[in-house]
Design a protein around this ligand. Structure first.
Ligand SMILES: Cc1ncc(COP(=O)(O)O)c(C=O)c1O
Length: 234
């Protein structure tokens, strides 16, 4: 049997170490999840989350990890057979596009060398070539945890807008939110995807989607296959 002296100290990109103040809050006795105290707390937290994402719009909280929040962003905005543009910035961008393909989306995967962030010019070139407007979303990882390389989201949005293409912009901030400057509204992001266990310094188990008006409108017609029992997880 191994004996561990002192406190276990995780030294990985995430989960990060949870501050004592948060650990103490978690140790409070359970409250009734159907009671008024819980409703008031939830509504307060939903409002308090908005500035964390830099948005005045809704932030949706899911029981799940960041991977679940990736999935939520795709299934709520897209339909089976839609084309999506993913950019190969590293390991997590690669996993995300595999999920998209597994869900029945047609993925254009812009190759990368795992040393550079997503190129606004390459994205704009792809969108400009899509004269039939079949690409419905551009998916970018803000901070590639596998390499530490960050993509310039504001410039990507500007490059997209310059082409006049209507694709949604979906951004994974799982390891950047709370750690690196991020502005959902100002940068014109449609869905910002996050998880609890990195920059927010909470335990794993919560996924987040901050959503724009345009993403909400897309969600009203999105019809992506939502039975996963028959596909192999990546
Ligand atoms: C950038 C990025 N995206 C997605 C994920 C997957 O998140 P999770 O492990 O919470 O499912 C991670 C996890 O490290 C990540 O760093």
């Amino acid at each position: 049997m191994t004996f561990q002296s002192g406190r276990h100290f995780l030294q990985i990109p995430g989960p990060t170490n949870v501050p004592d103040q948060v650990l103490r809050a978690i140790s409070a006795p359970t409250i009734d999840h159907r009671g008024p105290e819980f409703a008031a707390l939830t509504s307060e937290l939903l409002d308090a989350l908005k500035p964390v994402f830099g948005t005045s719009g809704p932030v949706i909280v899911f029981p799940g990890s960041g991977t679940g929040a990736w999935e939520a962003a795709l299934v709520n905005t897209l339909s089976t057979g839609d084309r999506v543009l993913h950019v190969e910035t590293g390991h997590f961008a690669t996993l995300w596009q595999q999920m998209a393909a597994g869900l029945g989306l047609l993925v254009d995967f812009v190759p990368g060398d795992w040393r550079h962030g997503a190129s606004p010019e390459a994205i704009a070139d792809h969108l400009a070539a899509d004269s039939a407007r079949t690409i419905k979303a551009v998916c970018v990882v803000h901070n590639e945890t596998s390499t530490g390389v960050t993509s310039r989201i504001s410039e990507i949005r500007q490059a997209m807008d310059a082409t006049g293409h209507p694709a949604l912009l979906l951004v994974d901030t799982i390891s950047s939110l709370g750690s690196i400057d991020y502005r959902h509204d100002e940068w014109g992001v449609d869905v910002t995807i996050a998880g609890s266990q990195k920059g927010l310094m909470l335990p794993p188990g919560l996924g987040f989607n901050a959503v724009s008006e345009k993403a909400l409108a897309a969600s009203r017609t999105a019809r992506l296959r939502t039975s996963y029992w028959d596909w192999q997880p990546y």
